[in-house]
Design a protein around this ligand. Structure first.
Ligand SMILES: [Fe+2]
Length: 389
């Protein structure tokens, strides 16, 4: 049996955030709960959201203590504020960390805490019901796509499999937002380094989803179109961040890439999830560095699909055979990393090489590699970290 979940409502356009209050009212919401972080406040973006709510005559509560790689602790604190303020709609205004935390907060407003029984690795999908308040996601970066994905990644501070905290996933169709409000105008001020990292995260989503093992032809088609849009615009937004048309293509492309990864992700994400809490290397940077060696590792199991990806990335493959075209896709990713000034390897990005054996073991615990086109063993994970070092 196959189940495909389409995002319910995507509103896309410059100025879309001004409609926020009307969307809250459409849910019969009286007091929305805004989840955000310091960066979004400092960029003046949260003020655009609160201005829109005030223009609609709505009062609201805010919780802006979300840190990068959000923890179960900040989720629990957010739930306490939501309940104390008697809110009825959750609005996430931020990047992936904010949206993931908002989803987990929303979950615990109606489900008994702690988060432990709801994590995917302990069968949490069976424990999660649909009786949750409406969720509106307003992404401020173009990369994570959490506004349409079924997952939240939370850093679990209670579980110490090694000597540190571990990222765990909550995955359920009920985790999808009710509305994804995509306003490219609020991403114009995103600095180039963040633009590059989040953009490469989105490209990684499209590539890993397209070659993932689940049968999902809808997602495959969307992944290729997402890659066309992302590859055509990523250098433009890096160099000319004020181009609202290119910003819009990136925002919609990242949303589409995230929709496509309900087909599955792959080894890049299982490896990258080990780095952001420990190294720390931002998720998109880790993906950008790990993507070429993982594509080489997968090549014998995915060359035809990599050749298709090469065409989506804008490469003329008419005079290439399948292997040449597939390798051209990998070369193109390396070229992006150079143009976007990514670190040349995980060592330069800040990873302590001595941690690789343990990180390799932890990567096996992550669910993403289960859909990788080539089976990964622990020694493969270690070799991939070394190849990316
Ligand atoms: Fe990602």
């Amino acid at each position: 049996m196959l189940n495909y979940f389409l995002p319910p409502h995507i509103e896309f356009g410059d100025g879309a955030i001004q409609n926020l209050g009307e969307h809250v009212k459409a849910f019969d919401g009286k007091k929305p709960f805004l989840v955000s972080d310091a960066g979004v406040i400092n960029a003046g973006i949260l003020a655009k959201a609160t201005d829109a709510l005030e223009a609609s005559g709505l009062s609201y509560a805010t919780y802006s203590e979300i840190e990068p790689n959000p923890t179960d602790i900040s989720v629990t604190q957010g739930v306490d504020v939501y309940k104390a303020e008697t809110c009825d709609v959750v609005i996430a205004v931020g990047g992936g960390s904010v949206m993931d935390a908002a989803k987990a907060i929303r979950l615990l407003t109606t489900h008994t805490p702690p988060l432990e029984p709801y994590y995917a690795d302990v069968g949490g999908i069976e424990q999660i019901r649909g009786d949750m308040p409406p969720l509106i996601c307003v992404p401020t970066t173009a990369g994570t796509g959490s506004e349409v994905s079924q997952g939240s990644i939370i850093t679990d501070t209670s579980l110490q499999t090694t000597d540190r905290w571990r990222k765990r996933a909550i995955v359920t169709p009920f985790n999808m937002s009710n509305i994804a409000l995509l306003d490219p105008g609020i991403t114009l001020g995103m600095p180039p380094a963040l633009t590059a990292a989040t953009g490469m995260d989105a490209i990684t989503h499209g590539i890993e989803a397209y070659v993932a093992t689940k049968y999902h032809p809808i997602a495959e088609g969307v992944a290729l179109q997402a890659l066309r849009m992302l590859s055509a615009n990523i250098q433009q937004v890096y160099h000319k961040g004020e181009d609202v048309t290119a910003r819009g293509e990136m925002l919609l492309g990242s949303c589409m890439a995230a929709f496509s990864f309900q087909k599955g992700l792959g080894a890049v994400h299982s490896l990258a999830h080990q780095l952001s809490t420990d190294a720390p290397i931002p998720h998109g940077v880790a993906n950008a560095i790990l993507l070429p060696p993982v594509m080489e590792f997968n090549f014998s199991h995915a060359s035809e699909k990599y050749a298709e990806i090469a065409r989506a990335l804008g490469i003329d493959t008419s005079n290439m055979d399948i292997d040449e075209a597939g390798h051209a896709a990998i070369d193109k990713i390396r070229a992006y990393n150079t143009v976007l000034n990514m670190p040349t390897g995980l060592g330069e990005a800040g990873l302590d090489r001595g941690k690789i054996p343990k990180l390799g073991a932890d990567a096996m615990l992550d669910h993403c590699h289960k859909f990788n086109p080539r089976v990964c063993r622990e020694e493969d994970m270690v070799d991939l970290f070394e190849a990316a070092f």
